[in-house]
Design a protein around this ligand. Structure first.
Ligand SMILES: NC(=O)c1ccc[n+]([C@@H]2O[C@H](COP(=O)([O-])OP(=O)(O)OC[C@H]3O[C@@H](n4cnc5c(N)ncnc54)[C@H](OP(=O)(O)O)[C@@H]3O)[C@@H](O)[C@H]2O)c1
Length: 309
């Protein structure tokens, strides 16, 4: 069968896309990345590793988007927005996803591997999860061959949540745990997500699979593991969800960021970051934390700086 020249990854200098780009480099697949942040910190380093062509991820210039996808074999789509902000709503992210998928179809892309989230549901009152389910429907209706990967909480270099928990633990005398911390999550390594995504690209059938790690842990256990890794043991204070959001707003104001918002906390406490499938990921968060103890949480990771400014 004729091998097409390259694959396209959205956001290869960002978080999940970077793992996928590195995995494709190991598989010796040339890539092009669609991104609006070609100068992001670390972009040059990854450019050396993976020699990515770069084109803008622009939804308003459809012909340019089609051209940037022409000749590609697989589109690995990581595009999404983490929360509603300014004028941007999840409905916009779904509409942009449709534009990207339509452009891929018109450009003759063979397959889309779409990164979704664990437990999406159109009827969910959490608009992140409802939006993700609508985006999945757009993938299935796109006319392209497709695969959908549903990660839980992704950890690895460049993550935001775990890094910022470590950042707080390193600095504060007390750390707020929402509720009793007795809800579970199932973190998955970015490398595992990338391996599952490239595996899915090779499947003849359309697949929808979770990407989840080997361990299901309580939130409080995860915070303890992070505290052990960074060698700090602040007092744990148990906060109501409302007070957690109040506290994260105060820190967010200070850091000019949105640290954690209500729907994210609700999804976490509803255990939506736990898979119901057998785990496909093999890498353990504890191991990663110990290997990266020196760097995790040294600097704050700002979502607004990354994507909104
Ligand atoms: N992070 C997690 O723990 C996690 C867990 C489960 C599922 N997921 C899913 O995995 C996918 C990737 O997530 P990620 O955290 O790795 O995201 P990310 O790398 O920070 O961003 C992914 C892509 O979306 C673009 N993007 C992000 N926010 C944007 C905004 N406000 N406006 C315009 N473009 C924006 C980025 O653009 P640039 O290239 O210009 O930066 C990048 O191309 C998403 O579908 C997410 O729902 C993530």
């Amino acid at each position: 069968m004729e091998q097409r020249a390259f694959d396209v990854v959205t956001g290869a200098f960002s978080f999940t896309g970077r793992f996928i780009a590195r995995r494709l480099a190991v598989l010796e697949r040339p890539i092009k990345t669609l991104t609006n942040h070609p100068q992001r910190a670390g972009a040059q380093e990854i450019q050396q590793d993976i020699k990515a062509q770069v084109a803008p991820l622009q939804f308003t210039d459809r012909p340019a988007l089609v051209e940037s996808l022409r000749g590609a074999d697989v589109l690995y789509n990581t595009y999404w927005v983490r929360f509603r902000h300014g004028r941007v709503r999840f409905g916009d992210a779904v509409a942009n996803t449709r534009i990207l998928l339509g452009a891929a179809r018109d450009a003759g892309v063979r397959k889309v591997v779409h990164i979704s989230v664990s437990n999406p549901a159109e009827e969910s009152r959490l608009d992140y999860y409802a939006g993700k389910a609508r985006a999945e429907r757009a993938v299935r209706e796109s006319g392209l061959a497709w695969a959908i990967i549903r990660p839980t909480l992704i950890f690895g270099q460049g993550d935001i949540l775990i890094n910022n928990i470590a950042w707080l633990l390193r600095r504060l005398p007390a750390f707020g745990i929402p509720g009793r911390g007795d809800y579970r999550l199932q973190p998955v390594a970015g490398e595992d997500v990338a391996e599952i995504a490239t595996w899915a690209a090779e499947q003849v059938d359309s697949v929808t699979v979770d990407a989840a790690g080997p361990d299901i842990i309580y939130y409080s256990e995860m915070v303890e593991s992070i505290a052990i890794a960074v060698g700090r043991h602040p007092r744990f204070v148990y906060l109501s969800p409302k007070n957690t959001i109040r506290a994260s707003r105060v820190i967010g104001r200070f850091m000019k960021d949105v640290m954690l918002n209500e729907p994210e906390l609700e999804g976490l406490m509803q255990e939506l970051l736990v898979s119901r499938e057998r785990p496909r990921g093999t890498r353990r968060l504890d191991n990663w934390l110990l290997t990266n103890a020196d760097s995790v949480g040294k600097t704050y990771a700002s979502e607004l700086d990354r994507h909104w400014r």
